[in-house]
Design a protein around this ligand. Structure first.
Ligand code: ZN
Length: 429
């Protein structure tokens, strides 16, 4: 099957030329279409004509989530209202939502980007795709749906729904692909097992987004569904929505759609580029977006670029899975820790379940204490708890240089929400 949604460039030089063209277009478009961008660029003393090479990107000012909230309800809008065909907003619960506007071409580009995700996952038009993410003002459901239809597979738009409906659809309509958060995929797999219907399912691929997932969770999901592949789909409302890239079947990094946006990985403190392969904040500049273009948008998401070439031969660059958010970092006893560090350590352990929580407390002695609650593996009793807790404690101290109290709890006793699980509880102050 020919790749209908493959990028239109073959070499890194061709990509660079394409990015420069897109960057010039975007700066010009934003400067002339948006009062916000014009003000920002004027303040920074940059005119659209000043953009002559990709290095000139670094002369451009940043846009932050605060800017989007300050400019509510129409931040970054760069086209007349008559050209806007849809809006989306982030699903944030506090304060003003981040609103993005879309022209017909933006919707079209997003569908192509997303169709490329399904193509990268090796789907065919015979596939049936059960979409278990939310539909509404946020970008999730409709993104998966439009991409599926653009690609030409069959969409089963269930949404988060209730478990009974999901299980019934899984049996009756025999979907081959499941799109959901990791928590939801695990919940469905465990429920299908409990109902004794795993043998009736035909799920071959699981595409997971919106939430970081531990290796242990992924292994469990793959094992229960007997799925061939689990893919990670990144994305954010600010850059159209989900579908900004996908790992290929080699699973060694996420190929990202560098013909639609430039991804910079910057040190969140200095805002200078990190060294190749080091973790930093993902900063986006879109190349084609009309409604709400992005110029150096600070996403707060952390990842690293993966140097070298993927075994699949694709010329598309790769970034790693998102390892957390720069604002999720917590400091305990002077050590900076990202929840993903704990996640990595737990992923190496045998004999534990897929859920965990990190609790931070201030003791009566005024010192900070970190307690990590970890579930026992399914079917195992408390006999091993002491040894398990000791072993994990040692690993944490060795890798993070800070002590943690490890508490082993019953399998299934930590909440499974079906959406994003809250894992960090900072009870200090
Ligand atoms: Zn690849």
């Amino acid at each position: 099957m020919s790749k209908r949604f493959a990028p239109g460039f073959r070499t890194t030089e061709e990509l660079a030329a394409l990015q420069l063209k897109g960057l010039k277009w975007t700066v010009n478009h934003a400067y002339n279409g948006s009062a916000f961008y014009r003000r920002r660029l004027d303040e920074a003393g940059v005119r659209p004509d000043d953009i002559r090479s990709l290095n000139d990107l670094r002369r451009l000012p940043f846009v932050t989530a605060d800017d989007l909230r300050d400019e509510y309800p129409w931040p970054l809008i760069s086209v007349p209202f008559e050209d806007i065909v849809r809006i989306h907003a982030s699903s944030g619960t506090t304060g003003k939502r981040k609103v993005m506007v879309y022209t017909a071409k933006d919707i079209d580009d997003w569908a192509d980007m997303f169709a490329r995700c399904y193509e990268t996952a090796g789907l065919t038009r015979e596939d049936r795709v059960q979409i278990c993410v939310g539909y509404g003002v946020w970008t999730a459901g409709v993104g998966f749906q439009n991409g599926c239809e653009r690609f030409g597979a069959m969409a089963l738009p269930v949404g988060p729904g209730n478990i009974e409906i999901h299980l019934q659809f899984l049996v009756d309509f025999e979907p081959t692909v499941l799109c959901s958060t990791a928590s939801m995929a695990l919940l469905l797999a465990e429920e299908a097992e409990r109902h004794g219907i795993l043998d009736k399912l035909r799920i071959k691929k699981v595409i997971m987004g919106a939430e970081r997932s531990s290796d242990i969770m992924r292994a469990k999901i793959r094992e229960l569904f007997r799925a061939e592949h689990i893919f990670d789909i990144p994305g954010l409302t600010e850059v159209y929505g989900p579908g900004t890239g996908l790992d290929c079947e080699h699973h060694c990094g996420i190929h990202y759609w560098a013909d639609y946006y430039i991804l910079e990985i910057l040190d969140p403190e200095t805002l200078e580029p990190v060294r190749e392969g080091e973790v930093g904040e993902m900063v986006y500049t879109t190349l084609k977006k009309e409604g709400s273009p992005l110029i150096r948008y600070r996403s707060r998401d952390l990842t690293r670029l993966i140097p070298g070439k993927c075994p699949c031969g694709s010329v598309l660059p790769r970034h790693d899975r998102i390892s957390g958010r720069s604002d999720d970092m917590f400091i305990i006893r002077g050590v900076n820790i990202y929840p993903s560090h704990i996640d990595e350590i737990l992923s190496q352990q045998q004999g534990i379940g897929s859920e965990y929580q990190i609790h931070l407390d201030r003791g009566e002695d005024g010192k900070d204490y970190m307690t990590i609650k970890v579930e026992r593996a399914r079917g195992s009793g408390p006999e091993q708890d002491m040894e398990l807790s000791r072993r994990i404690g040692v690993d944490i101290r060795k890798s993070l240089l800070v002590r943690g109290i490890v508490e082993i709890v019953d399998h299934g006793s930590l909440p499974r929400t079906g959406s994003k699980s809250k894992r960090l509880f900072d009870n200090r102050d």
